[in-house]
Design a protein around this ligand. Structure first.
Ligand SMILES: [Zn+2]
Length: 193
């Protein structure tokens, strides 16, 4: 096959040279008292995750998630986050709508280091697309996330893109309302600005 970035013949959808050159831009912000970690500027990787490559979009997303999770686990190996052994991961609205679930692909990669994935536990009752919508619109039209998971577990939450943080905020509140605790959140790409 051809590398989707440079077009050269490659064994993987992204050749090793282009994979190495994908820029990690780590950011952290706090929402609802929880740290949200992000790894790519959306503008740097948007071409990779757009519909143009949709047929194997899940493979591209998996590659980006693997690179981000390696970075995350290496830089937090000694942190207190990792002392929590019974940590479960939840993907926001990880149901399959078009070919595959974005957040489930990311979640699987972030569970390679010993955490357990808890699939299908946080679903949106409102199937809204926020892309291009204002903060006011997002606030007035929450996704109505519904948590179906266990009420006394420790979780981390995963989403593909964070912009204003409205969805992440809703997710944290919904999970914590059940009596569970959210230790941290992961948003693969940061689209703020
Ligand atoms: Zn390449």
């Amino acid at each position: 096959m051809k590398c989707v970035v440079c077009g050269k013949i490659s064994f993987n959808p992204i050749c090793s040279r282009c994979f190495f050159e994908i820029k990690i831009t780590p950011t952290m912000r706090v929402i609802e008292g929880v740290s949200i970690y992000s790894f790519y500027n959306y503008s740097d990787v948007s071409i990779l995750i757009k519909s143009k490559y949709y047929v194997f979009g899940s493979r591209i997303l998996k590659i980006l998630s693997a690179k981000a999770s390696d970075y995350f686990f290496n830089s937090h190996l000694k942190s207190s986050l990792w002392k929590e052994t019974n940590l479960y991961g939840i993907g926001i609205d990880d149901c399959v709508r078009s070919y595959y679930s974005h957040t489930a692909v990311i979640l699987k990669e972030f569970c390679r280091y010993g955490f357990k994935p808890d699939y299908g536990k946080l679903q949106a009752k409102n199937n809204l697309q926020y892309a291009g919508k204002s903060l006011q619109y997002r606030r007035q039209n929450p996704k109505n996330l519904f948590f179906k998971g266990s009420h006394s577990k420790n979780f981390f939450i995963i989403d593909d893109i964070i912009t204003t943080g409205t969805t992440m905020s809703e997710a944290i509140r919904e999970v914590e309302k059940s009596g569970s605790r959210v230790f941290f959140c992961i948003a693969l790409c940061n689209a703020e600005n």
